[in-house]
Design a protein around this ligand. Structure first.
Ligand code: PLP
Length: 373
C-alpha cells in the first residue's frame, strides 16, 4: 500500500542531509561539550557553529539563541519568565493559540495572579487588530503573545504591525513561530519583536530540540537550574546531535525556501481546486492562510464524520482533524470553535498540510479516498 503523508503541520520527515549530519555527530562528536579536553571542545564547537548558523539565518546574534528541548518548553519559559522577571502584570493572547501557550498562560495566571485578556478573533480566523489596539491603550506592563501561523487553520499574523503596536504601547511581544520558522524569511534586526520560538521537527529536523530567541538586553532567569549550559539558563548536557541536525535543517530550509514555497503553494492550490470540484459544498476554514496548510470543512453527515480519519488511516493516508494532539479525541477543536457556526462544527474539518516531499499523486490519492468515504 502506498502511504500518503499529509500531516506536515504535526511533524515532518527528516531531510536525508540532516540524518547524515546527525549520524556523523553521534558517531564522532560524543564528547561532553562541558569537558575541557579535545573531545569536549570539539562537541562545544559543533554547538556554537550551529548557534551561529541559526542566528545567521534569522539575522540575529548567536547569543540571542537559547536551545530548548522543543517549542512547548520555549513557550512555557518565556511566558513564565516575562511575569516573574520582567514585571509583566497582564498577558494579552488569543483563544486560538496552541495549547503550549494557552495552558502555560492559564498556569502562570493561577500561580501569579497576572491578568489575562483575550483579543477578539474575526470570522476569517485572523486576530482583530482594532481590538488589540484598544486593549493596548490601557497602560499596564504587558506581554502580548500571539502566534505567527496558526497550526490548525494556517491564518497568519502580521508580525510587523503587531510588533509596532506593542513597541508603541511599551508592551513586550512574543510570537509562537513554531509553524513558520524554516518556511518564511525572518529578519530579527528589523522585526520589532522580543521573543520567538522554534521546533526543529516542524522543518525537517529532529524531534526533541527547539530554541527560544530572546532579544539582547532582556534578562530572564533560568528555566532549569544546574550547570552552566546555555549561559546557565537551561542547565543539562546538550543534545549535540539534535542541535547540529536542527541547524542543518534550518540552513537547508532557507536555501531551498523560494523553490519549496512555490512548489508547496502550487500543491495546496491544486488540492483546493480538486476538493472544490469533488465536493462543491466543502468550505475552506480561515482566510489568506499560510502556503502549506489547508483546513477544509467537508459536507459529510455525522456517521461518516466519526469514521473519516480511521477510514483514511486504513488506506495509508495521514492527516489531522484539528491539531495533532487532539486527533483521536472526541473534543472539538478550540480553534475551529472560535470561528465556525455550530452546524459546521458537527461536520468533519480536516487539516491537510504539505511539504516539498508531497506530490500531486498524493493529493489525487486523498481525493479518491475521500470520494469513497
Ligand atoms: N506551537 C505551535 C504553533 C505548534 O504547532 C506546536 C506543535 O504542534 C507547538 C507549539 C509545540 O511544539 P513542540 O512539538 O516542539 O513542543
Amino acid at each position: 500500500m502506498r502511504k500518503i503523508y499529509l500531516d506536515n503541520a504535526a511533524t515532518t520527515a527528516l531531510r536525508p542531509e540532516v540524518v547524515e549530519t546527525m549520524a556523523k555527530v553521534l558517531a564522532e562528536d560524543y564528547g561532553n561539550p562541558s569537558s575541557s579536553h579535545s573531545f569536549g571542545r570539539h562537541a562545544r564547537s559543533v554547538i556554537e557553529m550551529a548557534r551561529k548558523t541559526i542566528a545567521k539565518n534569522l539575522n540575529c546574534s548567536a547569543q540571542e539563541i537559547i536551545f530548548t528541548s522543543c517549542g512547548t518548553e520555549a513557550d512555557n519559559w518565556i511566558i513564565r519568565a516575562a511575569v516573574r522577571d520582567l514585571g509583566v502584570k497582564r498577558i494579552i493572547t488569543s483563544k486560538i493559540e496552541h495549547h503550549a501557550i494557552l495552558h502555560a498562560v492559564e498556569a502562570v495566571a493561577a500561580e501569579s495572579g497576572v491578568e489575562v485578556e483575550y483579543v477578539k478573533i474575526l470570522p476569517s480566523g485572523k486576530v482583530d487588530l482594532k481590538d488589540l489596539k484598544e486593549l493596548l491603550s490601557r497602560e499596564v506592563p504587558t506581554l502580548v503573545t500571539l502566534m505567527h501561523v496558526n497550526n490548525e487553520i494556517g491564518t497568519v499574523l502580521d508580525l510587523h504591525a503587531v510588533g509596532q503596536m506593542c513597541r508603541k504601547a511599551g508592551a513586550y511581544f512574543h510570537s509562537d513561530t513554531v509553524q513558520s520558522i524554516g518556511k518564511e524569511r525572518f529578519d530579527l534586526q528589523e522585526l520589532p519583536i522580543d521573543f520567538i520560538v522554534a521546533s526543529a521537527h516542524k522543518f525537517h529536523g529532529p524531534k526533541g530540540i527547539g530554541f527560544a530567541y530572546v532579544r539582547k538586553g532582556l534578562s530572564l532567569h533560568p528555566m532549569i537550574y544546574g550547570g552552566e549550559q546555555e549561559k546557565g539558563l537551561r542547565a543539562g548536557t546538550e543534545a549535540v546531535h539534535n542541535i547540529a541536525g536542527m541547524a542543518r535543517a534550518l540552513e537547508l530550509s532557507m536555501e531551498n525556501l523560494d523553490h519549496d514555497r512555490e512548489y508547496v503553494s502550487g500543491l495546496k492550490k491544486y488540492a483546493a481546486e480538486k476538493i472544490k470540484n469533488a465536493f462543491p459544498e466543502a468550505k475552506v476554514n480561515g482566510e489568506d492562510t499560510f502556503y502549506n496548510i489547508l483546513n477544509v470543512c467537508f459536507p459529510f453527515d455525522e456517521d461518516k464524520t466519526s469514521m473519516i480519519l480511521f477510514t483514511l488511516d486504513m488506506k495509508g493516508i495521514a492527516l489531522s482533524r484539528g491539531s495533532a494532539c487532539q486527533s483521536g479525541s472526541p473534543r472539538p477543536s478550540h480553534v475551529l470553535a472560535e470561528i465556525l457556526a455550530e452546524d459546521d462544527m458537527k461536520k468533519p474539518s480536516l487539516r491537510i498540510s504539505f511539504s516539498h516531499f508531497n506530490t500531486r499523486e498524493d493529493v489525487d490519492g486523498l481525493i479518491e479516498a475521500l470520494s469513497a468515504v
